[in-house]
Design a protein around this ligand. Structure first.
Ligand SMILES: Cc1cc2nc3c(=O)[nH]c(=O)nc-3n(C[C@H](O)[C@H](O)[C@H](O)COP(=O)(O)O)c2cc1C
Length: 524
């Protein structure tokens, strides 16, 4: 034995290297048959696979220009990062965008900007921007809710996001007076850190699921009674990235904790079907909405991505006939994000936000229903000028998902579906999520929301208004094409939004249904 080891120790390092390369070459040519390139070009073929695997990072860091990447380009990401860290988020020397490009939007400024008086709520807090409408007011729900922030965290479940990420978002919304939508995975302990909650469920009914996988009203009632942080309920019909597509949460991701929260078995794949079991028709959906509102006292809404309009029209007609209906509608754009979806769905099914929202809003406007509903928009709307456009088109609140993820450290690695998120945001790996420091990240989410609201308020003042709900379709221009050059939203989308019943910010501040009590208590 000693003589063999003695002989091996005399072999120089480059002979060892040659032996290893020879073994790799033999494996490439004679043993493996999965990779043609490695077989045909042994050893060097590996370089191609390696370079391909690091290609996205190389392009992101060195090659792509500032406005080139999707879903969010470097300028957009940097604005969120800087805003979240309260760093300098300005740009010097003027815009680097082609402001004559197709679909570029302009907000029309007023000759003299809106001036706020000395006692104005925005003097005390320059980011105070609640929703101008009250959810559940029209339908006289027992517990109406005025979201205390016009920008909020969109549906993302515990399961798709890590516990540390959910906790950071929840503590963050509490610090910013916003609400946190639970997403499909049920209400977890990480959602109960002080923020207002919109409890969301989809076809899997996680957290409110009966033994046979159907919706359980009893469980929902218990959940609402035990958790006063729940301010409203959202029924998910579809989301922009995968409308009409169910989901699979692989058994490997079902930890005992997730199983308990979702009401499913540990280690077994969980399928959320493409369609609901609790209703099949529009009248049945309306019945469920009313039933939930009656039993819980909370406002109830629906979330959907927009494509065909006939069933929405049926809902609108039924609302006229019965005098009932959802308290809010969340419209998600086809550009919306997801934990995982087939590219064919994410790229092609459902309309982009501007087309989907405008057609749905117009439908409700033509039937005089818009005042009964709080409209919420989501789909890359987490930037102040985009939000101004959305308000002009008729939204009352904005939900953000990926922008909120970025504010707590997401680097747009686009691997949410692999459980290997390097930032610890969209993974269940304990090691990866341990890198998230909740007190710091929650501050970042809160600061992003505050900076966002402050800039949206400033744009609003520049246009001569006090609250963004006062924006009209005439206030925003969009570049269309060479024949028409540019046109206001009213001509482009063919409607004028209905006037929101807004008097002044002080009235919103004094509203008894205003959410985010702890947060706003501190500025009184
Ligand atoms: C990781 C992740 C998980 C999501 N989970 C849900 C979900 O459970 N239910 C849902 O309706 N939408 C879900 N969405 C969609 C978002 O709520 C939102 O509608 C969409 O991403 C558009 O907003 P954004 O452009 O600000 O990201 C998810 C999105 C992401 C990125």
């Amino acid at each position: 034995m000693d003589s063999i080891l003695g002989f091996l120790s005399t072999v120089s390092w480059w002979i060892w290297l040659l032996i290893i390369l020879l073994i790799v070459a033999i494996r490439d040519i004679f043993i493996q048959n999965a990779h043609t390139i490695s077989h045909n070009f042994p050893i060097v073929g590996h370089l191609r696979y390696w370079l391909e695997s690091i290609g996205p990072e190389m392009r992101q860091y060195f090659v792509a220009n500032n406005r080139e990447e999707l879903p969010f380009n470097r300028i957009e990401r940097s604005w969120i990062y800087a805003s979240a860290k309260k760093e300098n988020n300005y740009e010097g020397f003027g815009t680097d965008r082609d402001i004559y490009a197709h679909q570029h939007i302009f907000v029309k400024n007023q000759m003299m900007a809106y001036k706020i008086g000395s006692g104005h709520p925005n003097k005390k807090d320059n980011s105070f921007l609640p929703c101008a409408k009250v959810m559940g007011a029209y339908n006289q729900r027992k517990k109406p809710f005025r979201p205390a922030s016009a920008i909020n965290v969109s549906a993302m479940s515990f399961g798709s996001l890590s516990a540390a990420a959910i906790e950071s978002l929840n503590v963050g919304v509490a610090k910013a007076g916003a609400y946190h939508n639970t997403g499909e995975g049920g209400l977890s302990p990480y959602h109960k850190k002080g923020g207002d909650i919109i409890f969301h469920f989809g076809t899997g009914y996680f957290g409110v699921r009966s033994e046979d996988g159907n919706f359980s009203m009893e469980k929902l009632k218990t959940l609402v009674n035990e958790n006063p942080c729940i301010k409203a309920i959202e029924i998910k019909l579809s989301q922009g990235a995968k409308p009409g597509k169910g989901g699979v949460l692989p058994g490997a991701k079902i930890t005992p904790e997730i199983a308990k929260i979702r009401g499913v078995e540990v280690g077994k794949d969980v399928l959320s079907p493409a369609t609901h079991k609790a209703f099949d028709t529009i009248p049945e959906l309306l019945e469920l909405i009313e039933d939930i509102a009656e039993q819980t006292g909370l406002p109830v809404g629906v979330k959907g991505a927009i494509g065909k309009l006939d069933q929405w029209e049926e809902l609108a007609d039924l609302m006229i006939k019965t005098g009932k209906g959802p308290d809010f509608i969340t419209v998600d754009g086809g550009e919306g994000g997801t934990g995982a979806a087939p590219p064919s769905f994410a790229d092609h099914v459902s309309l982009p936000w501007v087309y989907g929202f405008s057609s749905l809003y117009k439908l409700f406007l033509d039937k005089n229903l818009t005042e009964r509903i709080v409209f919420i928009g989501s789909g890359k709307l987490g930037f102040p000028a985009k939000a101004a456009m959305a308000f002009a088109m008729g939204v009352d609140c904005i939900n953000v998902a990926r922008e909120a993820m970025m504010s707590i450290g997401c680097i747009q690695a686009q691997v949410c579906h692999t459980n290997r998120c390097p930032a610890g945001v969209a993974t269940q790996s304990k090691w990866l999520q341990n890198g998230i420091h909740v007190p710091l990240k929650s501050d970042r989410l809160a600061q992003y929301f505050k900076t966002f609201r402050k800039e949206l308020i400033e744009i609003t003042h520049s246009a001569g208004y006090e609250h963004p709900c006062q924006f009209t379709m005439d206030d925003i221009q969009v570049n269309v094409d060479d024949d028409f050059l540019h046109s206001d939203l009213k001509s482009t989308y063919g409607y004028e939004k209905s006037k929101v019943d807004f008097n002044n910010m002080q009235e919103l501040y004094d509203c008894e249904f205003l959410g985010g009590r702890d947060f706003h208590g501190t500025i009184k």
